[in-house]
Design a protein around this ligand. Sequence first.
Ligand code: NCD
Ligand code: ZN
Length: 363
Amino acid sequence: MPITRLEIIRPDDWHLHLRDGPALASVVADSAQRFARAIVMPNLKPPVTTVARAQAYRERVLAALPAGSTFQPLMTLYLTEATDPAEIAKAKASGIVHAVKYYPAGATTNSQSGVRDLKHVHGVLEAMEECGLPLLMHGEVTDPAVDIFDREAAFIDRELIPLRQRFPRLRMVLEHITTSAAVQFIDAQPAHVGATITAHHLLMNRNAIFAGGLNPHHYCLPVLKRETHRRALLEAATSGNPHYFLGTDSAPHARGAKESACGCAGIYTAHAAIELYAEAFDEMDRLDQLEAFASFHGAEFYGVPRNTDTVVLERRAWRVPAVIPFGGAQCVPLRAGEEIAWTLVCPARQVQEVATGSAPVAA
Ligand code: NCD
Ligand code: ZN
């Protein structure tokens, strides 16, 4: 008998783009409904480069939450070649900044202010290694001579292996891994080097970008890879290995910015994030491993307590809307107009209340 109902400790999203302003207001509830906490990416315009900016952004996220939500945005700083090592101690002491994000300059959306050469930020990395603030890496080289499908593997060889040698105690997360090369690398690392895996890289291979014609809504960075890599990611995510944890990389863009002659990279998955992961784990017949991947491994890595309440998923298909509101525009979510096999029922707390008859009766 297949599992039809799944109750797990409430998950966290360890890699999320919430945007800002009206767009933030449109999307944050999707994450807050599913997750207790999220690592919030700093690639705004202008980027979140200082503790003061992170504090202000955090306030805007909290203000955009639905009334009564206890969702916690865990903030990050955007690493630039001008980052002052003194900002790291401040970040650590702030209690609201949980990591620093490395974008190679030019690698992806709003990465123009990123790092051209990691040697230029060694002082900052030393400070991070000292105080234990993790470095979150967009792990792709930007060298145009390297094939776009090989840029993660090249990053590991050219940048990451030397970085591990130079900063052996630096806590690191290789974000949104997409290849068997990344899995092999992470498998061989100590506990303070982890990796996030997105739902879309677990569910789709690169054929999805071209199926029936060019589909800009399946374009993200790192770009989807071939099926052998997807299989390696599925094995890693469902293995029970604490190196791997959930990070959606949900990255909404307005429809017009995607359906364009120069379409933006990014896939919106926050509307159905945990449901999509359930599909992936189900494909491997490893739903028993979903909770560890989604709710335990990341908290362990970041040294924060596990959540205590739970969410409930039911095997019941629902149809994703064709578009969702996105500020003054629209965003096309993953699976737009199509079905997802799992439904988020409601927080289990309410389920229990209903079961014991103590749910407040609507006036
Ligand atoms: C992200 C975005 O749009 O901010 N896009 C993406 O394809 N993942 C940036 C990023 O994380 O690379
Ligand atoms: Zn991202």
